[in-house]
Design a protein around this ligand. Structure first.
Ligand SMILES: [Zn+2]
Length: 160
């Protein structure tokens, strides 16, 4: 399965599609997503062009940088694409946000775009939200627990 938009039969005008997609369909490794992601597609079609805005939200599993516990994190992300119908003498082209399609194409596939947007939501710093007292909102461990681990790491750096 793949996430495709039937560009050939799409009527002019705007419409909104809401769908769900899972790891298997997106080609994402198992255990990355807690549940299928929600995808909202806003489409605006004119004679030779399709503007698309995708909003994706879901829950991913991350491993805490501090305590190595697996925790859940909600995400929401979005991207926009423009599909432009190529003229007969034109070669197909693809840039970051602009793609071309030929008048013979029945559909355009946005599975890879959705997958990349989901994977890019993984933050550099994988730490659950902290409570006001500085303890972890996920595992409840306190700053005192991490202090020992973190200060050891600092010592190691000094020896380099
Ligand atoms: Zn934690």
């Amino acid at each position: 399965m793949a996430i495709k938009i039937n560009i050939g039969s799409l009527n002019d005008g705007s419409q909104v599609l809401e769908l769900k997609s899972d790891e298997k369909e997106l080609g994402i490794e198992e255990g990355f997503l807690k549940e299928p992601v929600s995808i909202k597609l806003e489409l605006f079609k004119t004679t030779h062009q399709l503007d698309l805005k995708a909003e994706i939200s879901g829950i991913i599993f991350l491993e805490c940088d501090r305590c190595l516990d697996r925790f859940e994190q909600k995400f929401s992300t979005s991207f926009q694409l423009v599909f432009v119908q190529q003229t007969h003498r034109e070669e197909a082209f693809s840039e970051d946000d602009i793609r071309s399609y030929s008048s013979h194409m029945k559909s355009v596939d946005i599975t890879t775009d959705i997958r990349e947007a989901v994977i890019l939501t993984v933050p550099m710093r994988k730490i659950p939200e902290e409570k006001p007292d500085g303890s972890c909102s996920w595992c409840g461990r306190t700053k005192e627990f991490w202090k020992d681990i973190l200060s050891e790491k600092d010592d190691d750096n000094d020896n380099d």
